[in-house]
Design a binder for this molecule. Structure first.
Ligand SMILES: [Zn+2]
Ligand SMILES: [Zn+2]
Ligand SMILES: [Zn+2]
Length: 250
């Protein structure tokens, strides 16, 4: 399976509108440093699954007929904004799976257009898409949120955003099987967090990395403050920053 990070930004993205910090100025000058809303694309058996839909140019990226499945972690706007225009397409349905839709915006549920929300995901109830086993795992966020563990041919990748720490049952699940790649929310530099806290900072991620011991930990949902911190400090061993367009092949 091939996994591409289509977005690695925090809710504010990078550059942050109107911000003149060094990270945002660099991102204005160099498109490679820009961060779109956190999202990813899983390719398996020639089919595409978009994980989260905060990108507002989904229609341009995926011509009609190429995208049949979207998997959502939760219903915060930076993870679903792209669905609002996509739904007015014509001709074919796109399946959108995620946590219970009682948490989804009323506007989207009332007028879903071509989006089919009939299937929801349930924690620790694995299902299979395009030959990949997918297990939803609960995360610790300000609203109901699932991470997803993808498994194929004995290779495993966990996509864990948005979260602050992990619930005990998720930690137990992740530590009981070898994990090749962990992609995880790291919105903040080590010394900062937002009150009341619903995203990891780098210290939180380091603790989880030590407990779970994946072969590779990749940061996503990165805020401009962390980009500024990374410009001055190296990341710990075995932890790397994701960037938009990063491809992981397993
Ligand atoms: Zn988010
Ligand atoms: Zn900035
Ligand atoms: Zn969120």
């Amino acid at each position: 399976m091939k996994f591409t990070l289509t977005g690695t930004g925090s809710v504010k993205g990078c550059p942050v509108y109107g911000c003149d910090c060094p990270a945002c100025i660099k991102a204005i000058m160099d498109p490679f440093l820009r961060r779109s809303p956190a999202s990813a694309l899983l390719e398996s058996d020639g089919e595409l699954i978009l994980i989260d839909a905060g990108l507002t140019d989904i229609q341009e990226r995926f011509p009609a007929g190429t995208l049949k499945q979207v998997l959502l972690t939760h219903y915060h706007m930076d993870h679903i904004a792209g669905l609002f225009s996509l739904r007015w397409g014509s001709a074919f349905k796109i399946s959108v799976m995620g946590p219970d839709t009682s948490d989804a915006p009323v506007e989207l549920m009332k007028h879903p257009g071509i989006l089919d929300f009939s299937q929801t995901t349930t924690q620790f109830s694995p299902f299979s898409i395009n030959g990949v086993k997918v297990t939803p795992v609960p995360l610790s966020h300000s609203r109901p949120t699932f991470g997803y563990v993808f498994e194929r041919n004995g290779r495993t990748l966990a996509y864990l955003t948005d979260t602050l720490g992990l619930p005990d049952e998720t930690l137990t699940f992740l530590t009981s099987n070898p994990l090749n790649v962990m992609i995880i929310d790291c919105s903040y530099a080590p010394d900062m967090s937002e009150p009341p806290g619903s995203h990891n900072n780098l210290k939180d991620v380091m603790e989880l990395h030590q407990k779970i011991e994946p072969s590779r930990t990749i940061l996503t949902h990165i805020g401009h403050e962390l980009d500024n911190w990374m410009n001055a400090n190296p990341l710990p061993k075995d932890i790397e920053a994701g960037h938009d367009g990063l491809v992981i092949t397993l």
